[in-house]
Ligand binder design. Structure first.
Ligand code: BES
Ligand code: ZN
Ligand code: ZN
Length: 458
């Protein structure tokens, strides 16, 4: 879906809207004309969040709109209100926050690749400057949602590679990939093992952009295009939405596009292990022992704990290049969902300053993040008697922490590292968050990166 369908910079005719909190309604009501006051009363407009009042002119045509923001959350208000506005082009009032202007489009998003939308977009009239500020956000989130929503049959490792290459070309970035046996030649054994049973060959995708002298920031995303569970096959209910198991990669692709559009002062490195965790005669097995990129041996306890295996090779590679900051995103465990539910992204890091800054950025962007512990005592849950560690263990507890501790074995401890265990999916529609693929933790990290490495060219 295209983000710019919802915005215009020129229009013959547009309808102004005013966002008023309950308090503002109380203060400003006496300044309205009697006709306007009556119209608000007839429509019982109390400025509750998302309330809408339509005011017509003498000819009965729509003249202006009032949108209630309740206690003042204009982004939530717009996300609710946009659905009840008649078709047309609208001009926001000056007080509207950029989050609210973004919510205008985010709320109207539909995944329309296979079923055409019936409702016409409500458009927002903005000046060039404001549009320039918000469009990268909307485009990144739409890209992320589209990637996740696309079924695995049309979003396998090769299609993900094509899309990343196209993004790279658009911004003059370098794109590289190691495909199939090249993974073995270049020492990415776990990515190969997990993906080798699939018809669409496994690969590691790489995108590099920016001045080599700028601080290096590396983003890694779990790109399991479909997670059947491998030979330890998932139950049907658990498998149903596993097209979204490349949700981490989708965050990284959206974020990479955003960083390049915003021209942040970083040297950006992206790594995406893109595989399908399939079954077949080539499939890796429970009990197999993998020798990982960094030399550690891992006993495969369960082929469904595949995300940590492919990430391990990618993270080890990332650390060899000593980035200033390393962040990974992954739909890694069901346990993280049990811990924080479907709407909150679980954050793991040993770096307190980084954690605080990310939590703050998440709050600011309405992209909730919660920190979970890297409790070292649980590392023994991954002990193996015949390998350095196992990819899962017998304990039914603390699964998100043990997965994070597994990843930590492949990280250079001198590098600031944050790991997100995310849902990447709205299980039901909420204002501004339609059911299906979703950007999670991506806006928080975008905001954090912007605060640290803002563009020097503006
Ligand atoms: N992709 C799943 C995790 C997942 C499930 C994320 C549901 C979001 C929603 C992952 O590969 C997986 O299957 N993990 C297992 C690990 C277990 C075998 C140690 C899990 O969480 O059950
Ligand atoms: Zn799995
Ligand atoms: Zn998975």
């Amino acid at each position: 879906m295209k983000a710019d369908e919802f915005y215009q910079v020129k229009s013959e005719h547009s309808i102004p809207f005013y966002c008023w909190s309950e308090k503002e309604l109380e203060d400003k009501r006496p300044m309205l004309s009697v006709k306007e006051q009556n119209a608000l009363s007839i429509q019982s407009f109390k400025a509750g969040c998302g309330d809408v009042a339509l005011i017509s002119n003498d000819k009965g045509a729509l003249k202006e709109v009032y949108i209630g923001t309740g206690k003042g959350d204009d982004a939530l208000a717009i996300a609710k209100a946009v659905h009840v506005l008649p078709e047309g082009t609208y001009t926001p009032d000056n007080s509207c926050s950029n989050l609210a202007l973004t919510a205008w489009a985010l709320a109207q998003y539909r995944f329309d690749r296979y079923k055409k939308r019936t409702k016409l977009p409500r458009k927002l009239l903005l000046n060039e400057q404001v549009l320039h500020e918000i469009l990268p956000d909307v485009e990144a989130i739409f890209l992320t949602r589209d990637l996740i929503n696309t079924p695995a049959a049309d979003m396998g490792p090769s299609q993900m590679a094509e899309i990343l290459e196209k993004i790279a070309m658009q911004f003059g970035a370098q794109f590289e990939q190691y495909v199939g046996d090249a993974l073995l030649e270049h020492n990415f054994p776990a990515i190969h093992a997990v993906g080798r049973a699939a018809a669409d060959e496994p690969r590691l995708l790489s995108l590099t952009w920016g001045e080599p002298l700028h601080p290096k920031v590396t983003l890694v995303g779990k790109g399991v295009c479909f997670d059947s569970g491998g030979l330890d096959l998932k139950k049907s209910k658990a498998m149903r939405f596993m097209k979204k198991d490349m949700g981490g990669a989708a965050q990284v692709m959206g974020l990479a596009q955003w960083v390049m559009q915003k021209q942040l002062s970083i040297r950006l490195q992206v790594y995406i292990p893109a595989v399908e965790n399939a079954i077949g005669s080539q499939a890796f097995r429970p009990g197999d022992i993998l020798k990982m990129r960094n030399g550690l041996t891992v006993e495969v306890d369960n082929t469904d704990a595949e995300g940590r295996l492919v990430l391990a090779d990618a993270l080890a590679k990332a650390c060899e290049e000593k980035p200033e900051l390393l962040i990974d995103f992954a739909t890694l465990t069901g346990a993280a969902r049990v811990a924080v539910g479907t709407e909150i992204s679980a954050l793991f890091t040993d770096n307190d300053d980084l954690a605080h800054a990310i939590l703050k950025a998440g709050e600011r962007m309405n992209d909730p993040v919660w920190r979970l512990p890297m409790y070292q005592e649980y590392a023994s849950d991954l002990n193996s008697s015949i390998a350095d560690l196992a990819n899962s263990g017998a304990s039914p507890y603390g699964g998100a922490t043990t997965a994070a501790l597994f990843l930590q074995r492949f990280i250079d401890s001198t590098i600031p590292w944050a790991h997100f265990d995310i849902m990447a999916w709205n299980v039901k529609s909420k204002p501004g968050r339609p059911e299906g693929g979703e950007a999670m933790a991506m806006r928080a990290i975008g905001c954090y990166l912007e605060s640290q490495y803002h563009c020097l060219r503006d």
